[in-house]
Design a protein around this ligand. Structure first.
Ligand code: ADP
Length: 329
């Protein structure tokens, strides 16, 4: 087994396609980590069921597509283990056992749970799975005894609960789970990519540019992007800070500072910026789109088989320790 430091990272497959916010905020940092860590890249399909419980038929299909996006973006299956959560049943067993030492009050106070249940009516079912989400997430992480877990700044507190559960387990049953650090990408400008409407890019807002879009779809989406509302004519001054096209130029154009100045001074029109941006984005994502198009269903199934075998090997060894520590064997 590799002695490289391990990193566990995951993404829910609530949608079959990843957007450029997912790429900039999550996948791109993974690519850097992959250089000198053993990465376990998990498609969290069980977690997706907290939103897709009424459409289970989409869960597997989405998971395969998300795995394709991981590989297309540059996750290298010969180095990193790409796998689907439900293919490694150890996640369920550890989640069940950690649930025995986790207080319900703690889960009810979890900000994400409070947020997701704040506007539900008495008829809406709040699932046990939603309440227990952080316990399954803790199992996902702890099974791999990672040195670090990549996380956005705003989600860093979520990992605190995992630490508390791990410490509580270690105190009761003996040291099984080592401490891990939050791996926070320092590049703030990429941690919250705006959507085409300037809200946060999110599949739930339908304001995304997707990794797997065609060049034509990308052009169409950028045409509809929100720019400075008071900039009607080319000569009107723009406000790049509030314009989605200028925000994307900052991410993808080496000349963005000059383009922002021209926009501010009314020396360039929004359609020029949109055309330039379309070319830049299509060029940037072209190799990923080509890689994705070349990946067959059989290819991704082979990658996932190898990835889940590797993940299971590590996870099974951790579970042996856990069962022994709890005197279950
Ligand atoms: P969505 O908001 O589309 O449902 P998720 O919540 O599933 O996306 O996010 C998956 C990963 O992608 C997380 O690590 C999250 O931090 C990152 N991410 C999502 N949206 C953005 C964004 N607009 N900018 C940067 N990172 C993002």
């Amino acid at each position: 087994m590799s002695t490289q430091k391990r990193i566990l990272s995951g993404m829910r497959s609530t949608n079959p396609r990843l957007h450029i916010g997912n790429y900039e905020g999550a996948l791109r940092p993974w690519l850097k980590l992959q250089e000198d860590h053993k990465m376990y890249c998990m498609v969290a399909d069980w977690h997706a069921l907290t939103e897709l419980q009424d459409e289970p038929q989409d869960v597997r299909k989405n998971a395969l597509e998300v795995a394709k996006d991981f590989v297309a973006a540059g996750i290298d299956p010969s180095r990193s283990s790409v796998f689907i959560q439900s293919d490694v049943k150890e996640h369920a067993e550890l989640s069940l056992l950690l649930g025995m030492i986790t207080g319900v009050g703690k889960l009810e106070r979890n900000p994400t749970y409070k947020d997701k249940t704040s506007d539900v009516t008495s008829e809406t079912m709040i699932s046990y799975g939603l309440l227990g989400y952080p316990v399954l997430q803790s199992a996902d992480i702890l099974l791999y005894k990672p040195s670090g877990v990549p996380v956005g700044k705003d989600q860093a507190p979520h990992l605190e609960l995992t630490r508390e559960i791990a410490r509580s387990f270690n105190a009761k049953f003996g040291d099984v789970f080592p401490e891990f650090v939050n791996v926070i990408d320092q590049d703030e400008s990429r941690s919250k990519v705006p959507g085409l409407d300037m809200r946060k890019m999110s599949k739930s807002y339908d304001n995304c540019i997707y990794l797997s879009d065609t060049p034509e779809q990308t052009a169409k989406r950028i045409k509809s992007a929100f720019t400075t509302p008071s900039k009607i004519a080319k000569s009107d001054p723009g406000i790049p800070e509030g314009c989605s096209v200028c925000q994307y130029l900052k991410l993808y154009s080496p000349d963005w500072e000059k383009q922002w100045d021209e926009d501010r001074r009314g020396e360039r029109g929004c359609s020029q910026s949109k055309n330039e941006l379309t070319e830049l984005i299509n060029e940037y994502f072209r190799p990923m789109r080509e890689r994705r198009a070349a990946l067959s269903d059989d290819d991704i199934l082979d990658i996932l088989k190898k990835g889940s075998d590797e993940a299971r090997e590590f996870a099974a060894a951790t579970m042996d320790e856990v069962r022994r520590a709890m005197r279950l064997v």
